[in-house]
Design a binder for this molecule. Structure first.
Ligand code: ATP
Length: 201
């Protein structure tokens, strides 16, 4: 059987329990051999809103991944530097894992815009995209989008029904700036790292 390798990319500024909850559920349903957490270098879709260094974001991903044997942190995009394009990362993963089946894990917002990313056809050639819906209404919308991606691009996709925690890194950064607690929103060791390093203040 082919190895199943999934990539989960993001700014992870910082990584939070919403991300971890998502990968845990993907893993429960899809049984990957490995899920790679890949923090982006400079995200092409986002303005630079308080983006801290790649080293800090990688360090927090390493701490957060520790309890999960299937999670592995990958510094490929941070090492490559410049704008992080998913098609490039998928090509590199194809070289590292030439015999594996590659999956791309995304939240529903990302799934609905994936055909507007740079080189979408290349992305669809290189992987199966897995998207998590938050409820049955969203499930129907994502399923419809999956149909469109298949008919227009022959894209392989999988839409899963997941329970999503309503939480964002933006909210966490804001809470830290306002001196509010981020207990239960990120793993305790990540909270400790943020406090020790004095980041996001
Ligand atoms: P920011 O608030 O800085 O924009 P974010 O919380 O959205 O950050 P990202 O690092 O941009 O986090 O997201 C990486 C991936 O995680 C994306 O595919 C996004 O859809 C997904 N994601 C983000 N937050 C959640 C959440 N609470 N539950 C499930 N998926 C999430």
């Amino acid at each position: 059987m082919k190895q199943k390798i999934a990539m989960f990319g993001g700014t992870f500024n910082p990584i939070h329990n919403g991300h971890l909850n998502l990968v845990r559920q993907f893993q429960e349903q899809m049984h990957f051999d490995r899920i790679l957490l890949i923090p982006t270098s400079v995200p092409p879709h986002k303005p630079d809103d308080g983006l801290i260094s790649g080293e800090h974001r990688l360090a927090m991903c390493h701490i957060a991944a520790r309890p999960y044997p299937f999670l592995q942190v990958c510094d490929l995009e941070i090492k490559r530097g410049g704008s992080s394009y998913t098609w490039q990362t998928l090509e590199q993963l194809g070289q590292v894992y030439p015999r594996a089946e590659i999956f791309l894990l995304v939240g529903s917002d990302m799934f609905l815009t994936v055909e507007h990313w740079v080189k979408p056809e290349r992305i669809f050639q290189l992987c199966t995209i897995c998207a998590g819906a938050r409820n049955m209404d969203e499930f129907a919308v994502l399923k419809q989008h999956a149909q469109l991606l298949f008919s227009q691009y022959g894209a392989k996709t999988q839409v899963l029904d997941l329970k999503v925690l309503p939480l964002s890194s933006t909210e966490i950064r804001q809470r830290i700036r306002e001196g509010k607690s981020i207990d239960q929103l990120v793993p305790a060791e990540v909270e400790e790292y943020i406090r020790r390093e004095g980041i996001y203040r």
